[in-house]
Design a protein around this ligand. Sequence first.
Ligand code: KIV
Ligand code: ZN
Length: 511
Amino acid sequence: MTDQLIIFDTTLRDGEQSPGASMTREEKIRIARQLEKMRVDVIEAGFPAASPGDFESVKAVAGTIRDSIVAGLARAQFGDIERAGEAIRPAARGRIHTFIATSPIHMEKKLRMSPAQVLEQAVAAVRRARDFTDDVEFSAEDAGRSDPDFLCQVFEAVIRAGARTLNVPDTVGYTMPQQYGELIRSLRERIPNSDQAVFSVHCHNDLGLAVANSLAAVLAGARQVECTVNGLGERAGNAALEEIVMAVRTRRDVFPVETRIDTTQIVAASRLVSGITGFPVQPNKAVVGANAFAHESGIHQDGVLKNRETYEIMRAEDVGWHANRLVLGKLSGRNAFRSRLHELGIELASEAQLNTAFQRFKELADRKHEIFDEDLHALVSDESLAPVADHFSLVAMRAHSETGERPQASITIRAGATEQMASSDGSGPVDAVFKAIEQIAPSGAQLQLYSVNAITSGTESQGEVTVRLAQGERVVNGLGADTDIVVASAKAYLNALNKLHHGAQRLNPQA
Ligand code: KIV
Ligand code: ZN
C-alpha cells in the first residue's frame, strides 16, 4: 500500500535563518506562490513573534496561498502562540507549529528548566494553540540528542492535548541514518496513542546526512518530511526538498510513499530561491545543479545516445530542466508581458508597478534580444518595484577602465530627497563604484561576499550580482541585475544598503 508523504517546506522560515538569506515580504510571497504551484503540502511561512516584519510576512502569505497549508512557528510560550494564531488567521488552512527543547543539554543550559517543567509547558502550549486552529504541530527540539523515554512521555502528553503532527528534529545534524530510523520506529511503537498523529522529521545537514536521515525515517514510518529548496537553512542547511522528492519517486521500489509534488516545477523553484537569497547552487548539486544531467565523458555520452537509461536515473525534463522557454522579445506587448508574469506566479501590487516593470522590460529588450523567464524574475526582484520606497536609488553612473590605468567611477545617487554625486578610483571598476557609494552613504559595513552569475547563457545575458554586507550583528544580501555587470553591482550594493537602512532586528527562534 502507498501512503502520502507530506512535504513541509520551511525555506521561508528555517531557510531564512541562513545568515544573509533574509527576505522581504514580497519575496516571500513570490516564493510561496511557486511552492504552492509545485504542490507543497505545508508552507512554513515564518516565525511571527520574531519581528513585526515576520508577522506581516506570515499574514500576507496566509492571505495569498489557497492550496497549501500555511504554518507559523511559535516557541511554547503563550505570547508566541497568540502572534502565530493571529498571523495565520487569513489562511484557507492554517497550522501552528510550536516547539520546546527536550535534550538534557538544551533543558539544563539553555532553558534552565527541569524535564517536568518542559513537559508541562509543552502541553500548555499545544492546548493554547488549539484555541486558534485544529492543525497543531509539536516539535521536540534537539530530539536527536534527547532521552527516548522522555520523548515518549512528552509526545504521548501532547497528542492528548491535541497535537496532530509530532516532529522529531535532528536540530544539530548529529544522528546517523540507522540510529535515527530506529528512533522513529521505536517512538511509533512505544507511544500508546501514536496512531493519532503523523510523525514528522526535520534534519539538519551538519554531517551531510540530512537527506539520508530523513529517508531512513520515512522507511521507519515518518509521513512528513520538513525540508527546504536547495537545502537552504541554519548552518549547513536542512534536507533538500528536491532530493527527498526525487529519491522517493525514483526509488518507488524502496519507499512505500508518494508525494503530491509537481516535479516539473523543481528547477524553477530552485532558481527563484537562489536568485532571491543570493545563495548560488553549486554546479554538481543533485537534481538542480547545472551539471546534474550533463554527461561529459565520451563513454557516458555514447551510452546516453544509445539508451538514456544507461547513465540517467531521472529525466531532466521531469524536474523542469529545459522548461526555460524563450518567452518575450522586443515586439511583445503589455498583455503578453502581464500574462507571462501571471504564469510565473508573479503578481505586482498595482498597475503603476506593472507599468514600471513593463518599461524596464522594454529597455532590457532593446539591449538583449531574447528575454527568458529568469530575466523576468530578475526584473521584478528589483527593489524599486517594492511598495516601500527605497531610501537609496541609482540615478546615473559611469565607470572607466583602461589597461595600465587605475579604474575610475563616478555615481549619482538619490538618498532620500536629495541627489548626491561622488567619484573614486579603485582596484577595479566595481571596487571604484562601491567606494564612491560609501562616500555618499557611509555604512562602514563589511563586504562579506561579492558574486556575479550570468542569468541565462551567452554574453548578452544579464549579470546578477549578489553583495553581502555585515554591519555589526546584521547581515544582508543585496541583489542587482543588468546587462552591464558594473551597473548590476552598483544596484546590488544599493539594494543591500536599503535593507540595512529599513531593516528591523529579527529574532532567531533557536536563539
Ligand atoms: O531545527 C530545529 O529543531 C527547528 C525547530 C524549530 C523545528 O528548526
Ligand atoms: Zn531547523
